[in-house]
Every structure is written in C-alpha cells, then in structure tokens.
Design a protein around this ligand. Structure first.
Ligand SMILES: O=C(O)C(=O)[C@@H](O)CO
Ligand SMILES: [Mg+2]
Length: 260
C-alpha cells in the first residue's frame, strides 16, 4: 500500500505552520510535504521533522510574485537568473531537510503565441536543476496543473509532462501525478497511471470536484491505491486536499493505511 504524506500547506491549518508537524505525527503520518520552506531557516524545519520522527518528501521551488498571478518563474523568458537562484536555494533546503524531491514550478503563459519560448525556457531551466541536483541524489518533479486551479499554467496534461521529460532528457526528472488535476483535465486515470508509470516520481490526491478527502466524489481511490500496488509504485502519495472540516475528523479514510 502507498506511503502517505500529509500536505502541511493544506492539512492541519487549524494550527500555525510550525505546529502542523506535531499534528501530522499525532494523526499517524510518518511523511510530510508542503509548498514552500523558505520563510523558515532549514535548521528549524529539520528540527521539527526530527522531533516528531517525520521525513520530508517534497517541496517546491519559489513561486515568484503570487500577488501578480505568477506561479513559478522557471518558464518565463528573461527570468533565468532568478530561476537558477530559486533552484540553488531549493537545493540548499533539500540537502538540509534530506528531502528526496523538489517540484520545479514552471509558471503561467500570458500569451499563447509565446508558448514555444516559455516551453524552451522551462526545458533549459529544468536541465539546470537536474544537473545541480544529480550529485546529491535529489530528483526534479514536474506537475501538470488544471486550469481549474491555475489557468494558463505551462502544462495541464500528463502527456505534456511526459513530452517535457523526454525533451529535458535527464534521468532524475519525473512525473508528479496529481490525480485531482488529472481527473479534471483528462480522466482515464487507470490508463494514465499505466502510461506514466515508467517515469512516476510522486503522487498527490484529493477528491474531485471539491478537493476534499479522498473518500468522496468522482475518483475511486480504493481502485487507484490498488492500481499503484499493481504497478509496484513505492514512492509517496501526498494528501493535498482541503479538509471538509477539522483535519483529524476527516481522517477516517486514513485509518487502515496509517501504519505504513
Ligand atoms: O497545485 C498543486 O496541485 C500543487 O501540487 C502545487 O504544489 C503546485 O502548484
Ligand atoms: Mg498537486
């Protein structure tokens, strides 16, 4: 059965960020992921992980100017120096946190006519990340985002992710398959799982359409978790959902998985 990671950006938001490590551990999680570590010194975050016996499995490169609609800068032509700085900073955190994977955020493409330039910029910057991460055994994740969450993000389909990975041509770049986005964009989740399995590096889950616990809505997660066992997936599954109510109250689905 999959190893589940609590997403501390979305779960346990009843308490301040630094208290969410304890809350996740108390709820039975052994692994955590979250969007960004950069507001805190890495040593402070590592101390929290160690104190509660947790392993960090994923975080993202910096998002750029979120208030201005940005969601990553690594695809934006002219922002290469900033992208490289963000990647270098992410690497420092990944080493300090002993985190095996970092999602390199691409960014939105404001004008579809510019798409090819953005795509090539992203390919070049991800190659930079992959080459910097490689000696440390750290992997780069690429995640397709649905327009429902981030309109005009560089890529929305799992098949675009696969094409990008092919073009980037580095052996430490993998698919981060978020079933929430994949269901909205293309469905066919069983086939998608088979199609990406050779390059599958990380998974995220939530119900569709409401992005709640994985026990309601369009996706049959019992089937998905069995499918992940069938393909021999041994990575992590990030619980990237907005709890319906109090986080702990929504964890009934997790009971049978929590000792893994
Ligand atoms: O939005 C998501 O889904 C994510 O996983 C974020 O980390 C990146 O947009
Ligand atoms: Mg996601």
């Amino acid at each position: 059965m999959p190893k589940f990671a609590a997403n501390l950006s979305m779960m346990f938001t009843e308490v301040p960020f630094l208290d969410r490590f304890e809350a996740a551990a108390k709820a039975g999680f052994k692994y955590v992921e979250y969007l960004f570590p950069y507001e805190y010194p890495a040593a402070e975050l590592k101390a929290k992980l160690d104190q509660y016996g947790l392993k960090q499995v994923l975080f993202n490169t910096a998002p750029g100017n979120v208030a201005a609609g940005e969601w990553g800068v690594s695809a934006i032509p002219g922002r290469e120096a900033e992208s490289h700085r963000d990647i270098d900073r992410a690497l420092e955190y990944a080493i300090a946190l002993e985190c095996p994977s970092v999602l390199v955020m691409a960014g939105v493409v404001p004008d579809p006519k510019e798409y090819a330039k953005y795509k090539q910029t992203f390919i070049d910057n991800v190659r930079y990340a992959a080459d910097k991460f490689k000696p440390h055994g750290i992997n780069v994740m690429l995640e397709a985002l649905s327009a429902a969450v981030k309109p005009n993000y560089l890529y929305a389909s799992q098949y675009q992710t696969l094409e990008l990975i092919d073009l980037i041509d580095r052996d430490n770049v993998f698919v981060q398959l978020d079933y929430f986005h994949a269901q909205i964009v293309e469905g066919n989740l069983t086939r998608i799982t088979d199609d990406v399995k050779a390059k599958l590096g990380h998974i995220q889950i939530a119900s569709v359409p409401d992005r709640h616990e994985p026990d309601e809505g369009e996706i049959n997660y019992t089937h998905i978790f069995n499918k992940l066992d069938e393909i021999g997936y041994d990575g992590w599954v990030g619980c990237e959902y907005n709890p319906r109510g109090k986080t702990e109250d929504g964890l009934v689905w997790f009971e049978k998985y929590k000792n893994r």
